[in-house]
Design a protein around this ligand. Sequence first.
Ligand code: F0G
Length: 376
Amino acid sequence: TKRYTGLIGAYGDRLPLAADARPISLGEGNTPLIRLDNLVSDLGREVALYVKFEGLNPTGSFKDRGMTVAVTQAVAEGSQAIICASTGNTSASAAAYAARAGIRAFVLIPDGKIAMGKLAQAIMHGAEVMQIRGNFDDGMRIVKEMAQQAPVSLVNSVNPYRLQGQKTAAFEICEALGRAPDYHCLPVGNAGNITAYWMGYTEMAKAPGEAGTAACAFCAGDCQYHQAAVSSRPVMLGYQASGSAPFLRGGPVSHPETIATAIRIGAPQSWDYAKSASEESGGWFDEFTDEQILETQWLLASREGVFCEPASAVSVAGALRDIRAGHIEPGSTVVCTLTGHGLKDPDVAQRRAEAAVSTVDANSTAVREAILRRLD
Ligand code: F0G
């Protein structure tokens, strides 16, 4: 068995990097695929429902998959600085990988609308953080201009190396299941990730009759998943927050709003790619209110022990609704991506926590009584 060293070590042969490029890695990828049996038994439907918990990447989100490849390439090209616009996670990841590479990171974040954990990460990793008087879409427009006007490499998902890295999550899912799932559910913001997954599944499946193989990335060829044949691709389901749902409105939304700040985006950069992934796969888009998103985040944490950030929970909200409604067929295998860790956004969670905390005297009698009262 080989030691796991991150995505470039695992999938270098399927990434467009020069063989002599120095990998900038934090050991990202290889995240768990967790089966949600409690939520499924609550539903009373026959499905195999899984979450790919991307919150367990080194900086706590799926962005690390894209960033290891994008920063490795930027450094190989001689870049001394990277830049991105971000709702938070991209900036945290860019900052960490830049720190590791010994280059500078400039990040543009929307004024006041970024989760505390993400901002703390960008600062701790030494990024130059610029809070702009505007939203993510404004930031995106500016950083694309900066990539032309200043010596900085753009590492948002319009950089094709980002999507190349992110496609590897689809590889891992096929390895873990021994096949592709029937449905794949994702939160959609800038629409890079749904595009990347579709690329990954397409590479796995190849042309009909010429099945790709899901070679396990880090065994010596003796694990149960090694070389599973993959002949199909999942139906791709994209879910958005109602206040930031351009795919449901049929065009850009000028003042996106949602408590799920990660996906507070009105003008997705990968619009065309995401549209065609959805259409080619026979998929659809749907939307959820902030209240429904928070309810699902709570369900996942309290019923399954999986704490994701609000934006991530919209994928599971979608899966549960579509399973219940029968849009997802009984007997299906369904995978939802949980894009970021719940600890990224402690403010939102803490509002619930405060309600749940009681104060008791510091003695055994008081604590015992409190325990017994609650077990009643
Ligand atoms: N979930 C989380 C936790 C995210 O941070 C993002 C995007 C998405 C979902 C949506 O993915 O943009 O590929 O459709 N966050 C970006 C950022 C925009 O700046 O961190 P997408």
